[in-house]
Design a protein around this ligand. Structure first.
Ligand code: FAD
Length: 304
């Protein structure tokens, strides 16, 4: 770490942004899982760097959590340091570029874009989670993907060094970016959007996309959206339907009757292990009956 950064980091009161033994269930959309040994909640770059320096000094592993809407947290919790990005939510607009810190919610990002007469993201209306999490997994809906708009991403490596990666180097593909396979923390996302003065039409489209999710029952029960990626040329949900697995349950975990690729915490007191076992059973049945391997989209966090 260079001297300027070290000086900056030493000014941070680490105790003010570090909490011990924090239950993660309330921070995740499944509402399951154990505690984080240590939870860091940075609100700026210096605090983020200070947390990474602290982890390095104490030999702690790092887990990043955004909105917690695409993760399954182990019931045994998460050792080391968990960094929650949701206090990193500054945003500014320069021409057609919207620069959002990683913890800003996708919905808020869309709203701010439209307020600045910038469009393109409306069909992602109602997508749960943060912009950092969405870029990491190249989230998408209604034929629109985050990768369509990313200009560049600023990230922090484990040494606290700030780096920049441009869209052409991000290795985007279906539900994948270069951040899916490295352990960098996305700090800021820069999107190039489309100038459009028709803001009321954009607001209407965003609201319609949001409402469609409620009507489809996506928020009726705690879930993390689709458990599995769609195998090339197939819909994971349809494969689960075809294999007649809609009534499968493990403990409090069940296959959603409205969308077979959603595994839901139907009882409200399911464990992460219930979710995990049900997903294993589904994948095994589908492989046996349809001869297709399902790959989990939801990320496993903590000790499995
Ligand atoms: C009801 C419901 C509907 C959904 N519908 C859709 C949909 O239509 N399309 C879709 O694509 N997804 C959907 N999802 C899944 C989820 O909303 C997206 O994947 C979302 O982008 C995840 O963002 P997050 O901030 O919650 O990430 P998290 O769940 O917090 O994290 C997901 C992964 O990203 C990593 N991560 C998070 N932030 C960062 C960061 N700043 N730097 C580096 N790594 C990071 C985490 O370590 C983890 O591996 C849905 C989920 C729910 C609950």
């Amino acid at each position: 770490m260079d001297t300027t950064i070290r000086n900056e980091v030493e000014k941070i009161n680490i105790d003010a942004i570090l909490i011990r033994d924090v239950p993660l269930a309330p921070l995740c959309s499944y509402r399951t899982g154990g505690d984080a040994d240590l939870l860091g909640t940075p609100s700026n770059l210096s605090e983020l760097r200070a947390l990474l320096a602290y982890a390095s000094e104490h030999g702690l592993s790092i887990t990043v959590l955004g909105g917690g809407t695409n993760v399954l947290v182990s019931d045994r919790g998460v050792r080391g340091l968990t960094i929650l990005t949701t206090r990193l939510h500054q945003v500014h607009v320069r021409g057609t570029l919207l620069c959002a810190q990683a913890g800003l919610s996708v919905d808020k990002t869309i709203q701010i874009a439209i307020e600045h007469s910038l469009c393109g993201l409306e069909l992602l209306g109602g997508l749960p989670g943060t912009i950092g999490g969405a870029v990491r997994g190249n989230a998408g809906a209604n034929g629109v993907w985050l990768s369509d708009f990313v200009e560049w991403v600023d990230y922090i490596d484990m040494d606290g060094t700030l780096g920049r990666v441009f869209r052409s180097e991000m290795d985007f593909s279906y539900k994948h970016s270069c951040f899916s396979s490295n352990n960098y923390v996305i700090y800021e996302v820069v999107l190039r959007l489309i100038p459009n003065k028709e803001t009321s039409e954009a607001m209407r489209m965003r609201e319609q996309s949001r409402r469609k999710r409620f009507v489809a029952g996506q928020f009726d029960y705690p879930s993390a959206g689709c458990m599995f990626k769609n195998p090339e040329g197939y819909s994971a949900g349809k494969l689960i339907d075809q294999a007649k697995l809609n009534t499968l349950t493990v403990g409090g975990a069940a296959v959603s009757h409205k969308h077979a690729n959603f595994i839901i915490n139907r009882s409200g007191d399911a464990t992460s292990m219930d979710m995990y076992r049900l997903s294993q059973q589904i994948a095994e049945h589908v492989e046996k009956s349809e001869h297709i391997k399902l790959e989990r989209e939801v990320q496993l966090i903590g000790q499995w």
